[in-house]
Design a protein around this ligand. Structure first.
Ligand code: PNW
Length: 502
């Protein structure tokens, strides 16, 4: 029997109300978001997190090999990067996966100890050189441009044996390593970053137990490491500028992690505290390179000097630059590489041990408990913080194009990863708004990460991959997640579907 639904005036009024309500919730109807035709989309990885083959092909020991082999149970699940995703053997598969995502670029890092097993150029490992030649050629054969990170934290152990980054001599070793990379790959590689996330790897000298070398020299060794890496970066940039740029025509930058510290209240004390936190965390590395005056941010210099004096130190725990060093470091980048994941409500207050960068900053980062939480305890989806970060960068460092090198979401490995899709949709919308409405010059974006990989202290329990990796399978089988299809369409069409625009 056929039933006809008769529209009474009551139901009609109800559906009209629904229509009004849903239109209001959506606000003004949005058009699809449009990226520039030459925008560079891609995916990112890092050597220690995916390669495995820790003692194959002539590779030397690095500080993560050393730490995980000598100190048991540092990671949540007891794993380490010995095998990881076995990308050393499966790089052709990985290139295919990237290709299937319609990427323009692929961001990878080079394992220093694969090229220079002891860190020094007296011993160049041809097998290591060949491995990355194969990866680079494989990418180019598939029309994918390589974007290379020279250092994503896996320092050759021999260089840690002589002190690691707090030893200023490391800057010389780094620039010699950079020369080997320009010489061997610069004919085909046009995008270089010297360092990935200085703030994260100097934490290896601040007492962070899962970031090698896990030395606790908080508030002292970490500032020394920052000093060395800034000089190393500048030297590698200048070497390119003077000897390779004319023939190789590439770009050299550095990738800095900018979490967004938002004032928790309108109180001036909190506004100042949030800004200090941004300056201690991102400005410590960005200011010397990207501002016209150079040097560390004034507030950082002043506070570390004052605290050091009050604590009885003979000089500031921050190694200050000479005027010559300020000039040498200033302006040494062709673009700003940005890693951005999340935001924190920030108040004035005391946090961190004595001494420490946190205590020097004098700010407390809280938690946006109303926002979705990833599998990583530090990561919530706070999309508007991305737009604020991008605007802050333009205001602090005018004139530099921004290349987003990492952005992503962790879960526990679901194939139907709606949480990751929601995160990418919302963050890409905020990036587009920053570009189209605020005029922020973003030129590229690589999603973290192509694969579920070794996520440092949390091993494989937190997964950032666009592809699932079965780490119980000797073959480390990869399976595309729903998010890889979602991003593929955006990458291919350079369009963000209207429903994600905000
Ligand atoms: C970055 N935090 O690290 C790294 O560049 C990647 O190697 C890493 O896998 C990725 O982000 C996801 O974690 C971070 O605690 C690690 O705020 C931790 C934090 C931020 C970035």
């Amino acid at each position: 029997m056929r039933t006809t639904v008769k529209m009474t005036s009551a139901t009609r009024a109800h559906s009209l109300l629904l229509l009004v309500a849903s239109t209001a919730a959506w606000g003004v109807a949005q058009d699809a978001g449009q990226f520039p035709a030459d925008f560079l989309f891609g995916v990112a990885t890092a050597s220690y997190q995916i390669e495995g083959a820790w003692n194959e092909g002539g590779k030397g020991e690095n500080i993560f090999d050393h730490m995980f082999h000598t100190t048991p149970n540092l990671t949540t699940d007891g794993t380490n990067g010995d095998v990881a995703c076995d990308s050393y053997h499966k790089y052709e598969t990985d290139i295919e996966l990237a290709k299937n995502m319609s990427v323009d670029v692929y961001r990878l890092s080079i394992a220093w100890a694969r090229i220079l097993p002891t860190g020094d150029i007296n011993n160049i490992n041809q097998e290591g050189i060949d491995y990355y030649n194969n990866v680079i050629d494989g990418l180019l054969a598939n029309d994918i441009e390589p974007v290379i990170t020279m250092f994503h934290w896996d320092l050759p152990q021999k260089l840690q044996d002589i002190g690691g980054w707090p030893n200023p001599r490391l800057a010389d070793y780094f620039v010699e390593y950079a020369r080997v990379l320009y010489e061997n790959y610069g004919d085909r590689v046009k995008w270089w970053q010297t360092f990935n996330e200085p703030a994260s790897f100097v934490a290896g000298y601040s007492g962070n137990t899962a970031i090698a070398p896990a030395i606790n020299s908080s508030g002292v060794g970490d500032y020394m490491a920052a000093y060395t890496l800034l000089k190393a970066h500048a030297a590698a940039y200048r070497l390119y500028d003077e000897q390779y740029r004319a023939t190789q025509q590439g770009k050299v930058g550095i990738t800095i992690n900018v979490m967004w510290y938002e004032p928790a209240t309108d109180a001036q004390a909190d506004v100042d505290a949030a800004e200090r936190k941004n300056q201690f965390y991102a400005g410590l590395y960005g200011h010397p390179i990207f501002t016209s005056e150079g040097d560390y941010p004034a507030v950082v210099k002043q506070r570390v000097a004052e605290n050091s004096q009050a604590e009885g130190y003979p000089r500031s725990r921050l190694i200050e630059f000479t005027p010559e060093e300020v000039e040498y470091i200033k302006g040494t980048a062709d673009f700003f590489g940005l890693n951005h994941y999340t935001s924190y409500p920030t108040t004035e207050g005391v946090s961190g041990s004595n001494p420490s960068m946190d205590l020097d900053a004098g700010a407390v980062a809280g938690d946006y408990t109303d926002y979705p939480l990833a599998a990583s305890s530090w990561l919530r989806s706070v999309p508007w913080g991305f737009r604020k970060t991008l605007n802050w960068l333009v205001q602090q460092y005018p004139g530099y194009p921004i290349f987003v090198m990492e952005n992503g979401w962790s879960d526990t490995g679901e194939l139907d990863d709606q949480g990751r899709i929601d995160y990418y949709g919302a963050y890409l919308a905020e990036m587009l708004n920053a570009m189209n409405e605020d005029g922020v010059p973003v030129i590229g974006y690589t999603a973290w990460s192509l694969l579920d990989n070794f996520e440092w202290g949390t091993g494989f329990t937190t997964r950032f991959g666009l592809h699932y990796v079965d780490i119980t399978d000797p073959d480390r089988k990869r399976t595309p997640k729903a998010s890889s299809r979602f991003l593929e369409e955006i990458f291919r069409t350079k369009t963000l579907p209207a429903k994600y625009m905000r």
